[in-house]
Design a protein around this ligand. Structure first.
Ligand SMILES: C[S@@+](CC[C@H](N)C(=O)[O-])C[C@H]1O[C@@H](n2cnc3c(N)ncnc32)[C@H](O)[C@@H]1O
Length: 219
């Protein structure tokens, strides 16, 4: 990243620490950065350092922390039409980077479910640095949705786990979808067949965005 873009990231970071940056302003600032520099730029804006090491609390078979590329998050925001009235739930939220980006781009409140306590601490610290965000990191295994995640309207899965855990989570999401429409955004995560979900548009490479079928009308 060149000096000009680093300076713009530092200036935005200072603004965010003390005030509010409207979503449209934040999006314009991000889109002004060349796509290849956006991840490094966002890390400066959010004050994030090196990717932290994974600890012993990561269950066997679950995926370690790796931040989702900005480009995939931007496409998910647009394809899922995420707006300020949504509650965005990042399943396997790491340090809260994706939840923070979605909050800054849309004004949506967010919940981050994360099993590794050290990452949850980082996520709380990130939320504390960005007063305009309504971001709630929650520690625990995301296989079971805890409140307030059950109130989510958009669920984001950057490949946190597969297998039986994913099956259990999808059963939880189906229960939520019986009460109201939800969207499910998957990055690098093929889902098993879910008749209650339909693709918003044919999946493009790494990203698939689904909408739930309307809840059945009571007889
Ligand atoms: C590929 S990273 C995604 C990070 C984040 N969503 C992002 O895009 O920046 C997967 C994350 O899921 C977390 N994770 C893995 N298994 C989990 C589980 N069973 N419950 C909650 N979090 C889990 C990992 O600790 C890791 O932070």
């Amino acid at each position: 990243m060149d000096d000009l873009h680093r300076t713009s990231a530092q200036a935005l970071s200072a603004l965010l620490a003390h005030g509010t940056v409207p979503p449209a302003t934040f999006r314009a600032a991000l889109l002004a950065i060349p796509p290849n520099d956006r991840d490094a730029w966002l890390d400066v804006v959010l004050g994030l350092g090196e990717v932290p090491d994974d600890g012993p609390h990561l269950p066997r078979g679950c995926v370690p922390y790796l931040p989702c590329p900005v480009d995939a998050i931007l496409r998910a925001v647009d394809l899922a039409s995420i707006g300020e009235r949504d509650l965005f739930v990042d399943v396997g939220a790491g340090v809260g980077r994706a939840a923070a980006l979605v909050g800054l781009l849309t004004g949506a409140a967010s919940v981050g479910l994360e099993v590794q306590p050290a990452l949850v601490r980082e996520a709380r610290s990130l939320g504390g640095r960005l007063p305009q965000l309504h971001f709630t990191p929650i520690e625990g295994d995301a296989e079971r949705l805890s409140a307030p995640a059950t109130s989510g309207t958009v669920f984001f899965l950057y490949c946190p786990f597969g297998g039986e855990r994913l099956t259990a989570l999808l059963a939880e999401l189906e229960r939520v979808a019986r009460t109201r429409p939800i969207r499910v955004c998957c990055v690098d995560l093929p889902l098993p067949a879910c008749p209650w979900l339909s693709l918003v548009i044919p999946a493009t490479g790494d990203l698939a965005v689904y909408r739930s079928a309307p809840p059945p009308v009571p007889a």
